[in-house]
Design a protein around this ligand. Structure first.
Ligand SMILES: [Zn+2]
Length: 105
């Protein structure tokens, strides 16, 4: 095995394993404190079941639904883009255009 072999784990986690929540006001990261049945709110494409969240698992909760981290990344709730907030589409800025500039005078 050479030194250039990839370390174990998903490729996206090799350089930086930190994750960022795009809508940070809406979601909380939670560590599941028990083994009571709780399911991820999303399904992976092609799967016909919900993911069982297990004790000790970190998941996201927005007060209405829970997402496992795989689904949170897949659906774009989480990103590895540290500067995601600079790349988000911002609402168009509304500015006042003087009447003379639009030919109304
Ligand atoms: Zn899931």
């Amino acid at each position: 095995m050479s030194d250039s072999a990839d370390p174990p784990g998903p490729p996206s986690f090799h350089l930086d394993g930190r994750l960022y929540v795009r809508e940070m006001q809406n979601w909380k990261a939670v560590v599941k404190q028990d083994f009571a049945k709780l399911y991820c709110h999303a399904k992976m494409p092609g799967e016909d079941y919900y993911h069982l969240l297990t004790g000790g698992e970190i998941y996201l909760d927005d007060g209405e639904s829970q997402l496992c981290l795989n689904c949170a990344v897949r659906t774009g709730v989480l990103t590895t883009d540290r500067q995601h907030w600079q790349r988000e589409a911002k609402p168009t800025e509304i500015r006042v255009v003087p009447d003379r500039d639009v030919g109304l005078e």
